[in-house]
Write a protein that binds this ligand. Structure first.
Ligand code: SF4
Length: 270
């Protein structure tokens, strides 16, 4: 996949190289304002409506309510996730673009491998994620210049090197991670201070929420992502949506160093 942007390779685009170094020192609202000014409407926030994502939506809604928000209905989500999606929609008056998997691919998967194929092997799990998540996200991001996420560096071993802006090799887009340097405490302080709607599962020891059959509650002291695909090793716990640093076989730190857009990671704030 070529990583072009405005007619030139993304890695060498002068404006982006310059801005990437600055972005690391900006606070989340500044990052969002810059991204919206620069890319809207060819920019979307991909949200799974976890705690980080509702914070980003609250921040976005303070800048412009027509900021694009996309989400994936994998067909295996918790009822609580649909509930928070609807509460967010009503609270902020935003439009949420819901993308579903290809019907034929899901039917084929269920027919050939059953309804719980993701338990059989890592390959089978990734196949399910590819059909239910990666392909719909690819469609959701088609035609965009940039996308945004609520990724944070302290969410797990696969995310320690997340920069605030990067070249997403998997999708060939700019990827903006405005709260990459936030702590979990910051996220929850923000939610309480601004009375942001959040997924009720967070109150039942689900710090990270994905599909219902692939997410469980965590024990006190466990890694926040321990409840995701809990039968797999920690360094394999990504679904392909954030594949830049995972499926290449490089560690997050290696991948980040290799990105021309990635600036040095500052110490976590607050
Ligand atoms: Fe399939 Fe589980 Fe991935 Fe959801 S999280 S797409 S159910 S493997």
């Amino acid at each position: 996949m070529s990583h072009t942007h405005k007619g030139g390779p993304l890695k060498t685009h002068p404006e982006m190289e310059e801005i990437a170094a600055l972005v690391e020192s900006w606070k989340a609202p500044e990052v969002l304002r810059w991204a919206l000014d620069r890319f809207h409407p060819r920019l979307a926030f991909a949200s799974s409506f976890g705690a980080e994502d509702v914070v980003v939506i609250d921040l976005l809604s303070r800048i412009r309510r027509d900021a694009r928000i996309v989400t994936l209905d994998t067909g295996r989500l918790h009822e609580e996730t649909y509930d928070v999606i609807e509460r967010v929609r009503r609270r902020y008056g935003v439009t949420i673009e819901v993308h579903v998997p290809e019907r034929e691919a899901v039917e084929r998967l269920s027919r050939d491998r059953g309804l719980y194929s993701f338990r059989d092997s890592i390959e089978a799990r990734k196949e399910c994620c590819r059909i239910r998540k990666v392909e719909p996200l690819r469609r959701a991001l088609h035609g965009l210049e940039a996308w945004m996420t609520g990724l944070r560096r302290t969410q797990g071993v696969t995310r320690v090197g997340v920069p605030k802006i990067e070249c997403d090799a998997a999708f060939g887009l700019i990827k903006v991670n405005p709260i990459a340097d936030w702590s979990e405490v910051q996220v929850w302080d923000y939610i309480r201070e601004h009375d942001v709607p959040y997924n009720a599962l967070h109150d039942r020891a689900f710090p990270s929420i994905g599909c219902s059959p692939c997410t469980r509650a965590v024990q006190p002291g466990e890694d926040p992502r321990a409840g995701r695909w809990w039968w797999e090793q920690p360094d394999q716990k990504e679904c392909g949506l954030h594949a830049t640093q995972v499926e290449t076989g490089r560690t997050p730190a290696e991948a980040t160093r290799e990105h021309a857009l990635a600036a040095p990671v500052p110490p976590a704030r607050g």
